[in-house]
Design a protein. Structure first.
Length: 520
């Protein structure tokens, strides 16, 4: 068998652990379409609050009614199963109505936060995803470009003008698990954004199983604090509504929302800005999107269920998770989530020995449908899965990891984060982790400036450069000590709540140029 050939370089014991560690539990799902899970709660708890936003609320029954009404409007405007519909809007109840309406039709929603996206990027998204209809509200009419005869539909005007006594909506053909549910366009910071197509099967598998459901249930409140174009916002919105909880959409003040809710899903960067002493009401926190400092996990894990997770958009939000306790020996990214697999492979795509660092490849029901209109990249990143076979695909995450002795994954950053400085191999995250061991340090990030130079940034600004360099020198070889360590009040964030490395690189350039000018 091909599977046996791939494993033949491992010892018999390692072959056993390759399968035991790398394969998540087999779990049956309650629903195969994510909006069906929501609809079940619209029947079971119709008068419960589904969503609240700055004093406005809507019940499960009302939300289902409004989504059905909008779905009929979309159908009358030619939207069919398999189409892509733009959702260019801000956080709001109409945003949630739009998401559910698009799903009910059998189309995929393509979200963008209207105030932070340049017009040219919106045009690129409309063209790439072949979007003919854009859902928004009338306040943003002038901000949305018309491309190739695309049409805008304003959710607020429909709500006011369109009357429908019936609440039932039936799509033209049954929606299948393999149909697209949404398309998330990557940030595009290194070029044109790529749209990742995620199916109902993909999203149901993470949101309707444990630990991805985070224990969300009727009676609990879930924060919606993230950018709606970020895949983790899907975790907030659909994770909440598919499990019967109440979504609390934030205004400008994230802290204010965090103090009201039971469940927070966040990046470590955003979580680090919250006053944890005012959030003792929180029962569950899940982080993903970037490496989590251990001090942050300890701070929250003392009083609530804390999940450290990992996974790119292409593997449907996250495909590994660890329930972390402060007494744990390591902060890891845990194990494969149900119906998913993780393989640690070498550069030849052969299994690495247990305990060796390799590249993480993801398989199973998490593997998304691929990039929209980018077959070249699809061929590079989505390849046949030799371990599952049967035509399944595995995805190259470009994350580095290794198995611990108890079958959890240690994360060693991105392939791109293993760099050479002065001929020596340096793991950038290792330097950042040491800096974050400084008691007052909230966040740290290390960047390669050129072939001879590392630069690092720490927060808050009370940390001195000498103190930071001394800390690194005690823990790591001399070539790991950054040329400059710059302290800032807060590290800048992208609109998705991650550390903005591109902006930090510009700051580093300015600082180093000043230093060199001074030396001259």
């Amino acid at each position: 068998m091909y599977l046996d050939n791939r494993l033949q370089n491992l010892t018999p014991r390692e072959q056993i652990f390759f399968k035991r560690f790398g394969f998540g539990a087999k779990v049956e799902l309650r629903f195969n379409c994510i909006h069906h899970a929501f609809e079940s709660y619209a029947k079971a708890i119709p008068e419960s609050i589904a969503v609240s936003h700055q004093g406005e609320t809507i019940t499960y029954k009302q939300l289902n009614y409004e989504a059905n009404k909008l779905a009929k409007v979309l159908t009358r405007n030619g939207v069919r199963n398999g189409d892509n519909v733009g959702l260019f809007i801000k956080r709001s109840i109409p945003m949630v109505i739009g998401i559910l309406a698009i799903l009910k039709v059998g189309a995929a929603y393509v979200p963008k936060h209207i105030s932070v996206v340049p017009e040219e990027q919106l045009k690129h998204i409309i063209r790439t995803a072949s979007i003919k209809i854009v859902l928004t509200v009338s306040d943003y009419k002038k901000q949305i470009p018309i491309v190739n005869s695309s049409k805008n539909i304003f959710i607020d005007q429909i709500k006011e003008q369109f009357y429908d006594t019936g609440t039932l909506f039936i799509p033209e053909r049954p929606i299948k698990p393999e149909d697209k549910a949404f398309i998330i366009f990557t940030s595009g910071t290194t070029g044109l954004a790529n749209g990742v197509q995620v199916s109902h099967r993909n999203i149901c598998n993470i949101l309707l199983t444990s630990p991805g459901n985070l224990g969300m249930r009727p009676g609990l409140k879930v924060a919606q604090i993230l950018n709606i174009a970020f895949d983790m916002a899907v975790w907030e919105v659909l994770g909440c509504l598919a499990n019967g909880a109440s979504l609390v959409i934030r205004g400008k003040n994230i802290q204010e929302t965090a103090e009201q809710v039971d469940v927070i899903i966040s990046t470590p960067t955003i979580l680090s800005t919250l006053d944890v002493n005012k959030c003792k009401n929180v029962k569950v926190v899940a982080v993903a999107g970037e490496p989590c400092p251990e001090y942050l996990a300890n701070k929250w894990g003392k009083f609530c269920a804390f999940y450290n997770s990992c996974g790119p958009t292409e593997t449907t939000i996250v495909n590994t998770a660890q329930r972390y306790y402060p007494s744990d020996e390591f902060l890891t990214i845990g194990r494969p989530t149900p119906n998913n697999t993780v393989y640690i492979l070498d550069k030849n795509r052969e299994p690495s020995a247990i305990g060796e660092i390799g590249e993480m490849w993801a398989g199973g029901d998490c593997v998304s449908l691929g990039y929209v209109n980018n077959e070249k990249l699809n061929r590079e990143r989505y390849v046949p899965d030799p371990f599952l076979g049967k035509g399944r695909k595995m995805f190259r995450t470009r994350d580095l990891g290794r198995w611990t002795v108890n079958g959890e994954l240690e994360h060693f950053g991105r392939v791109d984060d293993q760099v050479k400085i002065k001929g020596f191999r340096v793991e950038l995250d290792s330097v950042s982790n040491v800096l974050e061991s400084i008691p007052v340090c909230k966040r740290a990030v290390t960047l390669k400036y050129d072939s001879k130079t590392l630069v690092a940034f720490v927060s808050p600004e009370i940390i001195t450069e000498d103190q930071a360099k001394e800390t690194v020198s005690k823990a790591l070889p001399y070539y790991c000590i950054p040329e400059r360590i710059i302290a800032l009040k807060e590290l800048p964030k992208t609109n998705r709540g991650k550390i903005n490395k591109r902006l930090l690189m510009e700051i580093a350039k300015n600082q180093l140029e000043k230093k060199y000018d001074g030396n001259n």
